[in-house]
Design a protein around this ligand. Structure first.
Ligand code: HEM
Length: 285
């Protein structure tokens, strides 16, 4: 089973042209297996989570009832990106699995929307949000090893509670960056193979070999996104994660959930009681 499709170029050279479309099913089944195994693990085997006790506990009254988590701009970005991602996935893959339609125009329009929204997100996150909140820090690495040791039944102190984002979310964000940017950069070049409003059509921009590899990378990133998005949606609807999903709709999470899951030292919320000199206002990232 060759994962790529090949053709012979005008000079008789064998070049890749696409991924083989059975990889769509491989990705969908991998995503489904992850979901099933995880759901069974959580339901029947996982022990209740334990966190290290706070060195300097925060009085609940110091935390607002509604803890701001995502600004309106960040939420608008998330849902525009989600809509364009789903449009890209459905327009790309439905025709390949037996529902043919004229998909290319819808696809590049959704691709352009995704590209613009990601450009906005890069500027927004770099200059207006807390850029480092989504990258693993030293505490995440230390706690990851504590969690692995405890999972294997060895003795290790419990991890501390999370900063704004748990390590899993940070790693997921990294995987989405790799797959998303691969699809976007190759997709932007591939637009010159079809007629769009952006630039004149020029299918001779690259050699057949380079085009072939570009289509392969685009396809691999695309099928990777099938599995990644299935997993993302699964976590979004799991009961214990619903407060996080709700915060992506309404912008805030409850004080109880914040104090249960997050470490106020690692994700500081501006409180009326805190002095302006010491509090880092990082609520609305
Ligand atoms: C979720 C993200 C995406 C997925 C799953 C996806 C998937 C695909 C797939 C499977 C193909 C067919 C490739 C082939 O025939 O080998 C394709 C073609 C194409 N994609 Fe995407 N893509 C995504 C994002 C993008 C983006 C962001 C752009 C533009 C910036 C884009 C532009 C294009 C274009 C122009 C084609 C048509 C090429 C042609 O027919 O010659 N795609 N895409």
């Amino acid at each position: 089973m060759d994962p790529l499709q090949w053709a012979i170029d005008p000079w008789g050279k064998i070049v890749p042209i696409h991924i083989a479309w059975f990889l769509i099913w491989v990705a969908a089944i991998a995503g489904l297996l992850f979901v099933i195994v995880h759901a069974i693990y959580v339901r029947y085997f996982a022990k209740p989570r334990q966190f290290e006790r706070d060195v300097a506990p925060v009085a609940p009254a110091q935390i607002p009832e509604h803890v701001p988590r995502h600004s309106l701009a960040a939420r608008a970005f998330h849902w525009i990106m989600a809509a364009s991602m789903f449009t890209l996935l459905f327009t790309a893959f439905l025709p390949k699995v037996g529902f043919p339609f004229d998909w290319v125009t819808y696809h590049w329009i959704a691709g352009a929307v995704l590209t613009i929204s990601i450009l906005f997100h890069i500027v927004h996150a770099s200059f207006f949000l807390d850029f480092w909140s989504i990258w693993p820090d030293k505490t995440d690495v230390r706690d990851a090893s504590r969690r692995v040791l405890r999972f294997m039944g060895k003795s290790a102190p419990p991890p501390v509670r999370f900063a704004k984002y748990p390590l899993e979310n940070k790693l997921y964000h990294g995987a989405i960056i790799a797959a998303g940017l691969s699809a976007i950069i190759t997709g932007a070049f591939m637009m010159s193979r079809v007629r769009t409003i952006f630039f004149p059509r020029n299918p001779y921009l690259f050699s057949d070999m380079t085009w072939g590899m570009m289509y392969v990378l685009h396809g691999l990133a695309g099928v990777g996104l099938i599995a990644l998005i299935m997993v993302h949606v699964y976590f979004g609807i799991r009961p214990e994660k619903r407060p996080i999903t709700k915060s992506m709709i309404f912008g805030w999470m409850s004080r109880d959930f914040y104090l249960e899951e997050h470490d106020p030292q690692r994700w500081t919320i501006k409180t009326p009681a805190a002095s302006p000199g010491t509090a880092r206002a990082r609520g609305e990232d």
